[in-house]
Design a protein around this ligand. Structure first.
Ligand code: ZN
Ligand code: ZN
Length: 208
């Protein structure tokens, strides 16, 4: 099967356009698949999962605070760079394979790759970025807030006060009954003043 250049009609083998890749024809036109690949945005009755570009680590953390699965791209791309794979391709492949929304600052990416599940972030400040994303993808900032580790992206386990006795200040242990712990890094979370302030900030995202 072949894909025809819209400019000059030259034919290219379809395997060149894997994962939605495009190429420049010798005539100067960009050639690619007609249909974009990947899930629609937002995907019907699915809770979106993200793959966040390493430039947007702060935004990724806020998404995790909201309980969204927001994988960071940095670590993975470093591994795959060493395996000789191009960074963009690694990102695109993973986003497609895991049905994640690729969140990036790279404006060229949706030109170079024919994907549906890409969001380009134009805002400079993390909070503005988050606000734009919440609005665009109709995210719910509060429904599952504080159920995921903001560093590791792992879902937190409910643990008893006895299980965290060593890791928590005695005053907190007396005051709080509910604790959660990250199975990856061991960090313990509880409802304190810090959490309340973050909840208030999340609430301010709604209804815009
Ligand atoms: Zn051409
Ligand atoms: Zn963790």
């Amino acid at each position: 099967m072949a894909i025809r250049c819209p400019g000059c009609g030259r034919e290219y083998d379809v395997t060149l356009f894997q994962f939605g890749r495009t190429l420049h024809c010798t005539c100067g036109e960009r050639v690619g698949l007609q249909k974009r690949l990947g899930p629609e945005l937002p995907e019907a009755d699915a809770r979106p999962r993200f793959l966040v570009d390493e430039m947007l680590e702060h935004l990724a953390r806020w998404l995790r605070v909201m309980g969204y699965d927001a994988a960071g791209a940095g670590e993975r791309s470093a591994r795959e760079r060493s395996a000789g794979e191009r960074t963009d391709e690694a990102l695109v492949r993973r986003a497609l394979a895991e049905r994640r929304i690729l969140v990036t600052r790279d404006r060229n990416l949706p030109e170079e790759w024919r994907l549906r599940n890409v969001v380009v972030v134009d805002e400079d400040r993390p909070w503005d970025q988050l606000q734009a994303l919440v609005r665009r993808l109709e995210l719910d900032p509060e429904a599952r807030a504080f159920t995921r580790c903001s560093r590791c992206n792992e879902p937190l386990d409910d643990v008893s006060p006895a299980q965290v006795r060593e890791a928590v200040p005695p005053a907190v242990l007396q005051r709080e009954e509910r604790f959660r712990r990250c199975p990856a890094c061991g960090r313990v979370y509880w409802e304190g003043g810090h959490t309340r302030r973050m909840r208030e900030r999340l609430r301010s995202l709604e209804g815009r």
